[in-house]
Design a protein around this ligand. Structure first.
Ligand code: GDP
Length: 283
């Protein structure tokens, strides 16, 4: 993304006259979405003078700052001593299991006690993967048998977390894209099951979206949001060709804010959303 704006900057700076259609196409292709692109173009036109690469960057920075949410305040342990339950949802391949583990480590580093539930029981590999992460990061992982009911895995993990007064429970849920209807029903069931032991839970539902998939990520956000109210996004793969613009567009369109960011395959390559850094990163 940073490279993208640099190229755009050079293109505009080296040109005698601005080609508005070209600029619009460029901004849309950076995943900033039509709404934001239109606002940027309108503000630039309103300047009423020849525009430079600097103008584009300045106006984009202002528009991004206006449209992105404030910094995300990290979740804190509950006062009643019951676990703070986080559901991590999303389609396969977005980085859901990796992000669940990264989030576990992120909390652990802040001296929180964490337990994880491997509720993606339809994929033995996903359960194994979370178990390996748990061993590597020293975070307990609750698993069920292959094809066990995902909600029962979450229920048992929740029960254990309550009994042991663990502060955070992270549930890595299933993401089979070919049976979307079932997937959404299953998420509903997980929510209801978790609420049986604590009617205030789950406390945070995060959708994992792969920043390299652009419009697909938007579609996923729409569908998941219909089925299970989302509190925020974990935007992954912002290293490489990941375009942070999609997070802006999803927030703009659906009001779902970015909460955490994944910037690599390693567990430490993960951060909480901070507006200023994020804008700087995009530009
Ligand atoms: P899941 O199917 O959604 O649970 O996805 P996984 O957690 O198995 O991740 C899929 C692939 O994406 C794995 O190879 C991860 O290492 C990789 N991955 C996850 N997050 C990131 C990220 O932020 N950056 C990069 N480069 N790769 C990531």
């Amino acid at each position: 993304m940073a490279g993208f704006f640099k190229n755009l900057f050079n293109k505009i700076t080296n040109r005698a006259e601005i080609d508005w259609d070209d600029l619009e196409a460029d901004l849309i292709s950076s995943d900033l979405g039509i709404k934001l692109t239109t606002s940027i173009i309108d503000e630039l036109r309103d300047l009423g003078r020849e525009i430079s690469g600097n103008d584009v960057v300045d106006v984009t920075r202002r528009q991004l700052a206006k449209r992105l949410p404030d910094n995300f305040l990290p979740p804190t342990p509950r006062a009643d001593g019951k676990p703070f339950v986080i559901l991590v949802v999303g389609v396969n391949g977005t980085g859901k299991t990796t992000s669940s583990a990264k989030l576990g480590l992120w909390l652990k580093k802040r001296n929180r006690t964490v337990i994880m539930a491997a509720a993606d029981t339809f994929r033995a590999a996903a359960v194994e993967q979370l178990k390996r992460w748990g061993e590597r990061l020293s975070i307990p992982v609750i698993t069920g048998n292959t094809n066990a009911d995902p909600s029962s895995v979450c229920f048992h993990a929740h029960q254990k977390a309550i009994a042991e007064k663990t502060q955070f429970l992270i549930c890595d849920t299933a993401g089979r894209i070919h049976t979307r209807h079932n997937l959404m029903e299953e998420l509903g069931k997980i929510r209801r099951t978790i609420a049986k032991q604590d009617e205030t839970a789950p406390h945070l539902t995060l959708l994992v979206v792969d920043a390299t998939t652009g419009a697909n990520a938007m579609q996923q956000a729409k569908e998941f949001h219909k089925a299970s109210p989302l509190d925020g996004l974990i935007v992954t793969k912002l290293d490489g060709s990941g375009k942070g613009g999609i997070a802006v567009t999803i927030h703009d369109t659906l009001g779902i804010p970015p909460r955490f960011l994944g910037t690599g395959e390693e567990p430490e390559e993960f951060s909480i959303f901070e507006k200023e850094n994020f804008v700087a990163e995009i530009l």
